[in-house]
Design a binder for this molecule. Structure first.
Ligand SMILES: *Cc1c(COP(=O)(O)O)cnc(C)c1O
Length: 370
């Protein structure tokens, strides 16, 4: 699904130098590269504050911790996402309230959000799945009307742009009160281990998030609140600072692959290629197609047997996960999400795919899906 080594080899000299520089000065924690990368990312995203942290899951947890919520407060989110999104809600004794998804974009169906709001609702947590943005203008206006916070899970949408109806564009994760991202190696902007970041325009939220990442402390050995230990390693920041310069290139390489797949597969009636909403760009963290649920598992098996790595993101919606059984959801609660989880699979998409590989993949998909 990824070719991290191929991507590394193309900029090996520059990356090796950046890593060597960290080894030479040995400031492994909060070295100067962390501040450099943070500033460069703020610049790229056009956002006031970036707070680096240990990974995307921590970013989500720290964002929730920064909002002084109370146990039992409700967080509206999607059941069709990676478990991290809901895990942190559970860890903080908050309650997830799921809302079904749109069958074409796989993102929150914004027309169903208002029905889910109660007096305990405090946050809407949209996830920009697979690299395209949720419909943020509607989400922000609902949030404003009900005085809710918005935390964007932008772990899969680094570099995606939201297109406002007045023509304004903003980077994914910079529209809500807080945005969270991950630098896991396979993400659009990946490091060589774990890493994550929080974005915000709000000075108070930024200071609180920063304090939370550092054991609730601004002055060493004085702790104002309970926090966590979540840092971006200097080495990872050095790597990310190099790779950030190539992010737009990486995105366009992903988009080229997506374009090729779409051109060659959209004519097949058994397959639905990704539908891109008018209000967003798509950075294709995943290229996810829909097929007949009765045939999906066979197609995936056949592709794998022919050397094509494909994956099902996600085979079990969060409301049906064993870990969340006590939340009391059951089969049938979110029919669109359940149907989608039985119908989708994702093809390899990354920056190093060759024309021959693409041609082979497309031919195999045509063979097995029809
Ligand atoms: C990857 C991912 C996360 C978690 O990021 P980590 O860095 O692996 O902790 C959270 N949410 C979504 C949607 C993700 O894809």
């Amino acid at each position: 699904m990824v070719d991290l080594k191929g991507q590394y080899n193309k900029i090996k000299t520059e990356l090796d130098q950046a890593i060597q520089q960290v080894l030479d000065h040995s400031k492994f924690i909060n070295g100067p590269e962390v501040a450099h990368f943070t500033r460069n990312l703020e610049d790229y995203l056009q956002v006031k504050h970036v707070i680096p942290c240990g990974n995307g899951t921590d970013a989500l947890q720290i964002a929730l911790m920064a909002l002084s919520l109370n146990p039992g407060d409700e967080i509206i989110t999607t059941p069709f996402t990676f478990i991290a999104t809901a895990e942190v809600i559970e860890l903080l004794h908050l309650n997830p309230v799921f809302v079904d998804i749109d069958p074409d974009t796989f993102n929150l169906d914004v027309s169903k959000i208002e029905h889910a709001i109660t007096s305990k609702t405090k946050v809407i947590l949209p996830v920009h799945l697979f690299g395209q943005s949720c419909e943020m203008e509607t989400i922000m206006s609902i949030a404003k009307r009900y005085q809710l916070y918005v935390i964007e899970d932008a772990c899969q949408s680094m570099g995606t742009e939201y297109l406002f109806s007045d023509g304004q564009r903003k980077k994914s994760g910079t529209i809500g009160d807080i945005g969270c991202t991950s630098f896991f190696p396979s993400k659009n902007l990946g490091c060589f281990g774990d890493g994550g970041a929080i974005f915000t325009e709000n000075q108070n939220i930024a200071s609180t998030c920063k304090m939370v990442t550092n054991h609730g402390s601004t002055q060493k050995y004085y702790h104002d609140r309970v926090g966590v230990n979540s840092r971006l390693d200097t080495i990872q920041a050095a790597i990310l600072d190099v790779k950030l310069k190539f992010l737009e290139h990486y995105i366009s390489e992903r988009q080229k692959v997506a374009h090729y797949y779409t051109q060659h597969l959209q004519c097949i009636k058994e397959i639905q290629t990704p539908q891109i909403a008018s209000y967003t760009t798509h950075t294709f963290h995943q290229f996810t197609i829909k097929t007949n649920p009765l045939k999906r598992d066979h197609i995936v098996q056949d592709l794998k047997a022919n050397g094509i790595p494909c994956m099902i993101y996600y085979p079990v919606p969060l409301h049906l996960q064993e870990a969340f059984r006590h939340w009391g959801y059951s089969e049938g609660d979110f029919p669109v999400c359940e149907e989608v989880s039985k119908s989708v699979f994702s093809l390899p998409i990354h920056t190093e795919l060759t024309d021959e590989q693409l041609e082979y993949i497309v031919n195999m998909v045509k063979t097995f899906a029809t």
